[in-house]
Each structure stands twice: as C-alpha cells, then as structure tokens.
Write a new protein. Structure first.
Lengths: 88, 394
C-alpha cells in the first residue's frame, strides 16, 4: 500500500483480540476432562484471551478460535482436568 | 490589535519568556519535570497556576520519561500540550520523542540546551538536542530572548497545522539565553488566541469510538509510515513561511529559517546556529569595517533543514566556515558541518570548508574568538585539515 493511503500516526479502530482468530499460533491444544472438571473457572480467570467459555448450567469449554495454546490453564487447573495435547 | 498598539515591554529571562508565551497560548496540559537550566520555566508555570493566571492542567510528573508520556496521552485527547527539558532530561525522554512524532502529536517543547554527563556539567552546548536529532521533531534554535518568546508562540501554529502534525522544539542555550534577562516586547493575549485558534486533530480519544494510536506496523508498512513523517517535515518548511508571515502581520517581527548577514559580498561566510550568531555578526561587522569581506549565515531552523536557502547564501563565498556547538566523537566533523557540506555537494558547490567545534560545555565564545576564526579561514592553512577544536586547552 502506498504511503499516501495509510492513516497518519498509525491510527486504527480500537478493540480487543476477541475480533481476531489466533488458533494458527497454537502448537498444543487444551483438552478438558469433563469427569475431573469442577467448573471452578480458575482457567477463565487466568486465560489471557477470551478462550474459556462458560455455558448455561456452568459447563466450561474452550473456544479454540481464541486459544493461542499457551497452556496456562493446564498449569493452573486445581483438579488437573486440563491436558495440553499436540495439534495433529 | 493593530501594529500601532503599544506593546507591553518586559525584562525577561529566556525561561520566563517561554513560560509567559505558554500562558498566553491557551495551553491545556503541561507535564514537565524541572532540570537546570530549564527549571525557571516549570517554576513560572506552577506559579501562574497557583495565581489563577493559567487555566491549563499542570502535571508534576516524576521524570522526563513520564513527562513526555503524559504529554503524549494528553495530546491524544486533542489537547494543546507543552513541556520543557534539558540535557539528561531530554536523553531520558528519547524513546518517547519518537512515539510523539510517530503518532503525529503536535506537542511543543522548550529545550534549554545543556551538555551531557559525564562529567557532570550544567552549562550549554547543543549535544543534548543533537543526540535526539533524528527523532522526527521540528527543531528551531533561538538567538535572543524575544526570539525564544516569538518562536514558542509560532510553534503551536506550525505543529498543529493539518499539513504538518509534527511535534516541535525551540532550542536555546542554557544560562546564556535561559537565564539572560533581555527586553521583550510582549504581545496581546487576545491577539495570540486569534492567531492560534484551537487545535483540530483528525483523531482524538473518544470512549464512544475507541481508537488505537501508533498501532503495530510490519516490515510491509513501517517504512511507509516513516515516509509520511518525512513528507510532513518537508511540508512544514512551506507552512513555516505562512506562519511567520501571519505572525509578522500583527507583531512586525520575522526571523526566517536562516539569517544572512553580508553573505553575497563576503569572501568567507561563517555558518552558525544559536546565541553565537549575534556574537559572530558583531565580529564580522568589526572585520568588515576594517576592510575585510566576511559574512555570517545563522541557521534558525535546523529540522527541516532549509537546504536551498543555505546553499544560495553560500554561492558567492570563496570559502565556508561551519561552526558546531556539539561533538560527534569519531565523525569527520560536527552535525551541522555534515549537513551543510552535504547540501553544498548536492548543489555542486565545491569550495574550501573549515569545520570548527566551539563552546563545548559552556566554554565562552567572544567576538575576539570570532575574529580569530575568520583569521584562520583567511590564512587558508587549516582547510582540508580535520575539524578544528577551537578554544580547547593544549
């Protein structure tokens, strides 16, 4: 793009990473063992992205579009219900 | 107000003149940290706030890095913003200077030039600003207190112009100008308000319309953003002429990007900037009265570099002396000398050049020194030699 077309000062519309898909960054993906998960939401507190989704009734799942695969949830999960598994 | 109206005349130090100009310019936010020899600016502005004479927000920050950061944040809201610093303070601001220019915020800053540590010194040379020379800020150097006052006012108009939108500095040597008390013909508050209007930035922080300023660039776009700054810097040269013309219409005062004395009649022209311009002009007048043919070209506007005006004023000289009040250890010569020689080369001017370093760390430069330096150029034996470290004790 020509320098004449760019917005001066690199000013762009604000927002959060909720509007980006970051799944391509991931090497390992978190898998929740539903038998062990207590729905405590510690993973939701620690997750740096909007990747932990809490459903009606309290069930927790992962939004893989927004999961970068950092593994913080696996480290922090008190009942060790999350395991990082290598992407195929 | 018309030109015939009586102006308020005051005896002001350079720092006081800056503070008075800032008060009159309807500045919204001042974020600054005191450092010798700039301290009086910050003290005066704090005094104006305490006395209810200045309605702007005064933010007493904990460092110069924070001062420039606060200025950037304030400028993002569309406010008119000012700060002042010197030496180590400017060095501490360094990374934020690039953020201010990169986000295209028209912040105005006064720099009371002071040499850098170590060893610790409080007195003047241009090494502080030259260290941040490439930060994308418009850079002026003043020669007297009234010029400092006038330029401070002009800078808001120049920086805030939509064709420019770049931050700017007015440089003046610490103590020599910051603390020197001179006669200043103050302008009318209302006249300055009419001259400046209010800043009208294209973008500003708005909670209802969130924006990111200075967002991340890639190798695919960064170069283009810097090209925009380069073009804006080039544009500012023409906008500066308009600003000066309008300023002259009500003040009767105009300085130009350069001040040329006898450059068309002179065998030797000396190029210089800052307070020593007047000193060298006095030396040149005395020499010319005694039958010599010398001239002085004082650079007022350093960035953007007024290449054409400089080259045209050197066209008739047989030899050129270029004076630098800063050091670039290991370089062929000082930064102004590099720029002038480069401009001459581009214009095809092939003349003997004598590069001189002077006034480092506040070392005085008298009219007699000026005569000596012109004498060195007349002898011609020093041409082609390395940079002359004038006045150093050997």
């Amino acid at each position: 793009m020509s320098w004449k077309q760019l917005e001066e000062g690199a000013v762009v519309k604000g927002g959060t990473s909720a509007s980006y898909v970051v799944s391509g960054w991931r090497v390992k993906r978190p898998i929740i063992n539903e038998a062990k998960c207590t729905n405590c939401l510690i993973c939701w507190i620690y997750c740096p992205e909007p990747a932990i989704v809490r459903h009606e009734g309290g069930k927790v799942t992962i939004d893989y579009d927004h999961c970068k695969g950092c593994g913080i949830c696996e480290t922090e999960c008190p009942p060790k219900a999350i395991t990082m598994v290598r992407e195929p | 107000m018309t030109q015939t109206q009586t102006l308020r005349v005051a005896a002001l130090q350079g720092d006081e003149a800056v503070a008075e100009a800032v008060r009159q310019c309807d500045v919204d936010v001042v974020a600054a940290y005191p450092i010798t020899p700039q301290t009086i600016i910050v003290e005066k502005l704090a005094e104006f706030v305490a006395d209810g004479r200045f309605r702007g927000e005064f933010v007493p920050v904990e460092s110069e890095h924070s001062a420039m950061s606060a200025c950037i944040g304030a400028a993002a809201t569309g406010a008119r913003v000012f700060t002042a610093t010197s030496s180590q303070g400017l060095a501490l601001m360094h990374e934020m200077l690039y953020n201010a220019s990169g986000m295209r915020f028209p912040i105005v800053m006064a720099v009371a030039n002071r040499a850098l540590s170590a060893p610790l010194v409080l007195n003047a040379d241009h090494g502080d600003m030259m260290g941040s020379r490439d930060c994308g800020w418009i850079q002026f150097y003043a020669e007297n207190v009234e010029e400092i006052y006038d330029r401070t006012i002009q800078l808001f108009k120049l920086s805030e112009d939509p064709r420019v939108m770049l931050p700017s500095t007015i440089n003046f040597e610490g103590f020599i100008l910051s603390h020197d008390k001179e006669r200043v013909r103050l302008l009318d508050d209302e006249q300055i308000k009419r001259f400046l209007g209010r800043p009208k930035p294209k973008h500003r922080i708005d909670p209802d319309d969130p924006l990111t300023f200075g967002a991340i660039a890639t190798p695919d776009t960064y170069y283009e953003f810097r090209m925009q700054q380069t073009e804006a810097m080039k544009n500012s040269l023409h906008v500066f002429d308009e600003v000066e013309m309008e300023f002259e219409s009500f003040s009767g005062r105009r300085y130009g990007a350069v001040d040329a004395y006898n450059t068309n009649e002179a065998d030797v022209v000396m190029v210089i900037n800052g307070s020593a311009g007047g000193t060298m002009r006095a030396a040149a007048r005395a020499l010319n009265a005694a039958g010599e043919r010398v001239g002085v070209l004082a650079i007022k506007l350093y960035r953007p570099f007024p290449t054409e005006q400089i080259v045209s004023n050197l066209a008739h000289a047989r030899a050129v002396v270029i004076m630098d009040r800063s050091l670039s250890p290991g370089a062929p010569s000082g930064p102004i000398s590099e720029d002038v020689k480069s401009a001459m080369q581009l214009a095809g001017l092939n003349k003997p050049v004598l590069s001189v370093v002077y006034g480092i760390g506040g070392r005085d430069l008298s009219t007699d020194d000026g005569k000596n330096i012109f004498g060195m150029a007349k002898e011609g034996s020093t041409f082609g030699s390395s940079t002359v470290m004038y006045g150093v004790k050997v």
